[in-house]
Write a protein that binds this ligand. Sequence first.
Ligand SMILES: [Zn+2]
Length: 131
Amino acid sequence: MATIKCKECGKEMSDTLNNCSNCGYPLKSNIKNKQLIIGKNKQLIIGISFIVLGIISIIWGLIITYNGIPSISEIYGGDAYTGIQNAASITANNINELGNTLCVGLKGILIVMGGAIIIYGTSIILKKEGK
Ligand SMILES: [Zn+2]
């Protein structure tokens, strides 16, 4: 435990105090250090939050699947030959394809976004560790 001299009254005291024990003058270096520690802890929490968010995003991206309208044979069997049925089936298949395309796109977006969020969160934590 070191001692420091109060800038206001000149009395010597422990450097662990926030204020001078004699005159109450704030010992700025100690207050600054405590604020710095609080700030760094906040950064760590924010960084971890970003990483968790990124992991959730990636997992979501990996598990997401498109369960669309069943294809032509599943709806009508092999003997669906009337015009209306065929038209409906083609539409259903087209929507199915569109859904799959969108799903693959969304997967990519979620995974890339998750990766970016994790990198951002890690950089916040690394910035905290660096002095
Ligand atoms: Zn003092």
